[in-house]
Design a protein around this ligand. Structure first.
Ligand code: SF4
Ligand code: SF4
Length: 115
């Protein structure tokens, strides 16, 4: 059984969308865990990862080269949307395909060619 993780050679979703989440996930709240200095305020209820709230998003916590070798510098303390964003290995997360396409990467599930 393979344990290959496609995300370690991708990172596209960390540089495609605004990564926003409930403000209290920040470690400046009592039960928070996301380093708050790497976040910015969106509104009274939400904050986002720095670098993701613009037209060319790239999370400030993302290390490495997209499509080659990447890592999350706060992996153990990443916010909920990052924990819930699955690689699209079973067709359940088309936003993974969208992010990869934005960076010129093909979908994880090969498109079947019609003869
Ligand atoms: S876009 Fe998909 S494959 Fe790439 S890092 Fe995100 S979840 Fe993983
Ligand atoms: S916190 Fe980590 S997993 Fe989440 S967007 Fe940033 S680099 Fe990606």
């Amino acid at each position: 059984m393979s344990s290959f993780n496609p995300c370690v050679t991708c990172g596209a979703c960390c540089a495609s969308f605004r990564v926003s989440f409930y403000w209290a996930e920040g470690d400046d709240a009592p039960q928070g865990f996301v380093p708050h200095q790497l976040t910015e305020q969106v509104n009274s209820f939400y904050r986002c990862m720095q670098g993701t709230n613009n037209s060319a998003p790239r999370c400030t916590a993302l290390q490495g080269e997209i499509g080659a070798a990447v890592g999350c510098s706060i992996y153990a303390n990443r916010p909920t949307p990052c924990r819930e964003f699955d690689a699209n290995v079973d067709g359940s997360n088309p936003r993974c395909d969208q992010a990869r396409a934005r960076w010129g990467l093909g979908p994880l599930i090969p498109v079947q060619e019609v003869a």
